[in-house]
Design a protein around this ligand. Structure first.
Ligand code: DAH
Length: 345
């Protein structure tokens, strides 16, 4: 082998050993066998100046060297490519045995959960569920419900009236009893309606009061309805909600839109009536107001009280919800603290 070829080969070996990155290997290829400026390409071009014999041997040696260089660089590049691929695979490796990432599912608010349970009970007893306006005229809020002008419920101290021109005419409804009138205006008796919804009163918030809370109103009008039907319905309702052992009691009370009127208590769902922390030792829990729909209320909507009678009742959801879930402060229900709400699935 000529000295020249030997020198070239050892130069190449030296540079080959120094190429430690893919880009360097590519440069090495261009430098040695590149079509335009490769060292060996240039060397080939000098062959023409040699004598025919020399050209033959040197040419053959050069060809061998060229083959060697090309193979060495190819091997080097292949090595880098394999390494790159292996790295990529390692980076993208998926452990199919890992559990999937759960998308956190939300759930309904505790008051909504309770409202749904109550709605289901009334629907199963043939009631229609109805929704109505939260801003009401004095007619729906008071007059039609036989609430006289001097009744404390009408006082601005207890009711949120709208500001401006409409002051004294429009107010946030202070009870779902407004729905009795809407329900009777919409349909003819016989009818059964349950209307859950928000009501608003100027209460200072504390552990048992909130200026906004939920009620469910019930109304049934038909021929020959008596106080016995009211008691039976309420009893059936609390038994379905709290269990078949639950008892009710009626305490005479006054609500302008019923006659007679009564407050309903039921035996404590926690202790069954023996007295505990939930019922404050009395064995009874207050459910709400009720009574036989006042003839004046029926007349307002054009129903003849001689032909039809009916009963109505209203119960509060927030305190009931607080008792059932053992909350000592109903304000928790409206603070929207996810740590609190998450507990009621
Ligand atoms: N609306 C009354 C209140 O908020 C509750 C009530 C009492 C509703 C008697 C009724 C009823 O339907 O008959 O205090």
């Amino acid at each position: 082998m000529s000295d020249r070829i030997t020198q070239l080969r050892s130069d190449f070996d030296f540079e080959l050993a120094a190429a430690t990155a893919e880009a360097e290997a590519t440069l090495l290829r261009d430098r040695w066998v590149g079509r335009k400026s490769g060292l060996l390409t240039a060397e080939m071009k000098t062959l023409g100046k040699l004598s025919p014999e020399e050209r033959k041997t040197v040419g053959a040696e050069l060809n061998v060297l060229k083959g060697y260089v090309e193979a060495a660089i190819e091997k080097l590049l292949d090595g880098f490519a394999a390494k790159r691929e292996a790295e990529q695979l390692a980076k993208e490796r998926i452990d199919v045995t890992l559990p999937g990432r759960r998308i956190p599912a939300g759930h309904l608010h505790p008051i909504t959960l309770l409202r749904h349970r109550i709605e289901d009970i009334f629907v199963s007893m043939g009631y229609e569920i109805e929704d109505g306006p939260e801003i009401e005229t004095n007619f729906y809020n008071f007059d039609s419900l036989n609430i006289p002008a001097n009744h404390p419920a009408r006082s601005p101290q207890d009711t949120f009236y709208l500001a401006g021109e409409l002051a004294d005419k429009l107010a946030l409804r202070s009870q779902t009893s407004t729905m009795q009138i809407h329900a009777m205006q919409k349909r003819q008796p016989p009818l059964r309606v349950a209307a859950p919804g928000r009501v608003f009163r100027r209460d200072t918030p504390d552990a048992t009061h909130n200026p906004m809370f939920y009620q469910v109103e019930g109304l049934l009008i038909d021929r020959g309805i008596t106080l016995g039907d009211l008691k039976g319905t309420v009893e059936e309702f609390v038994r379905r909600l709290f269990g078949p052992e639950t008892q009710t009691r009626f305490r005479p009370s006054y609500f302008p839109f019923v006659e007679p009127g009564a407050e309903i208590d039921y035996t404590c769902f926690k202790c069954g009536g023996s007295g505990c922390r939930v019922c404050k030792g009395s064995g009874w829990i207050e459910m709400g107001g009720s009574g036989m729909v006042h003839p004046n209320v029926l007349r307002v909507v054009g129903i003849d009280p001689e032909e039809f009678t009916g009963f109505a009742f209203g119960l509060g959801l927030d305190r009931l919800c607080a008792l059932m879930y053992g909350l000592d402060d109903i304000r928790l229900l409206y603070e929207n603290d996810v740590r609190f709400l998450e507990q009621f699935t």
